[in-house]
Design a protein around this ligand. Structure first.
Ligand code: T6T
Length: 330
């Protein structure tokens, strides 16, 4: 690392002789970059937990974090928030874009204003950045779970739970969201290896758990021998589980979930879910913030950081090494 960058990083991190830097300038809070985090939406334990990870990183290096988001998953609500954040001129913006195509132009404005963009959780374009190819490769990094793999993991578990045969469907948010598109892709790629399982048409719920519940009941009405469902995110899984409970088939129609709100504990124990795939949103927030901070202090960063999963089942949910990955609700 160049000495100039090292001194900057150490100064910003509060690790160097704090009062006076080599230049004689005093180190103060104003020297430290301000970094913003814009979640996919605020009312979601996944992003509440990501915020905590980003806050921990900000405190570790003594930098400022701005957190601002919309209450719903909706591009037309996320764009004005992005614009308001750009006006504050942070050094970098971490964002979970609500749509992989529609958020490209709004984010290009941040890039044009000299603000580094880091995609966390969801991406724009194809999620491969800094290659010089395509029109959406300007973000400096993408920090997220491997969502295709997550979909495959859910498919394998669901296939086993239904005895390798029968009809299943995916309850999903809406097309155009990188994460949930990739989960569905991974799910279908894996199920294609299980010849006696039929995947029915995907049900899109707009991130509305009530809609996911109603859709479950409508599908069950048409397909009484429905064997299983993959709920591709927190609201899809939670809503579908409620639908199954109301229809009296919780535990009979097998369910694989994605995400880990606190309510999942009881639903694993009572058999509503076979498993859920917990992401590690605090890691995403922490490493997203650190990537932005490193860049803002003149240091190179990897263009992609993959974070992990924890598979939660009734058998392991009481293990503290597992339930520490439950999402925080506030
Ligand atoms: O599954 C997460 C996130 O990864 C996805 O992009 C959107 O939905 C969640 O926030 C859960 O509600």
């Amino acid at each position: 690392m160049e000495r100039r960058n090292f001194v900057k990083l150490m100064g910003a991190a509060g690790l160097a002789a704090p009062a006076i830097l080599a230049s004689g300038r005093s180190s103060s809070a104003q020297d430290k970059p301000t970094i913003a985090l814009i979640p996919g939406l605020t009312a979601d334990g996944f992003y509440v937990t990501m915020h905590k990870g980003a806050q921990a990183a900000a405190e570790a290096v003594g930098a400022q974090l701005i957190y601002q988001g919309a209450a719903e998953w909706n591009v037309s609500l996320q764009v004005p928030i992005l614009e308001a954040v750009i006006a504050k001129k942070p050094a970098a913006i971490l964002i979970a874009p609500n749509d992989k195509t529609q958020m490209i132009e709004p984010l290009r404005k941040a890039h044009a204003a000299g603000i580094a963009v880091v995609c966390v959780d969801t991406f724009i374009g194809d999620g491969v950045f800094q290659t010089g190819a395509g029109d959406a490769d300007f973000p400096i990094a993408y920090v997220a779970s491997d969502n295709v793999l997550g979909g495959r993991m859910a498919a394998r578990a669901l296939a086993k739970a239904i005895g390798e045969k029968g009809k299943v469907y995916v309850s999903n948010v809406k097309p155009g969201i990188s994460t949930t598109d990739q989960r569905e892709e991974g799910f279908k790629l894996e199920i294609a290896q299980h010849k006696d399982i039929e995947v029915l048409e995907t049900q899109f719920n707009d991130d509305d758990a009530n809609k996911a519940a109603a859709q479950f009941q409508a599908v069950l009405g048409r397909v009484p021998d429905l064997a299983g469902v993959f709920g591709a995110n927190l609201f899809s899984a939670g809503g579908t589980a409620n639908g199954a409970k109301q229809a009296g088939v919780a535990g009979k129609v097998k369910m694989a979930g994605f995400d880990a709100p606190e309510s999942i504990v009881a639903q694993l124990k009572d058999g509503t879910f076979e498993l859920t795939i917990a992401q590690h949103p605090a890691e995403i927030g922490y490493f997203g913030f650190m990537s932005a901070f490193a860049h803002a202090t003149g240091n190179p960063v990897p263009t992609h950081i993959g974070t992990g999963f924890t598979v939660m089942t009734a058998a392991n949910i009481d293990d503290p090494n597992v339930n520490r990955y439950l999402y925080k609700s506030e």
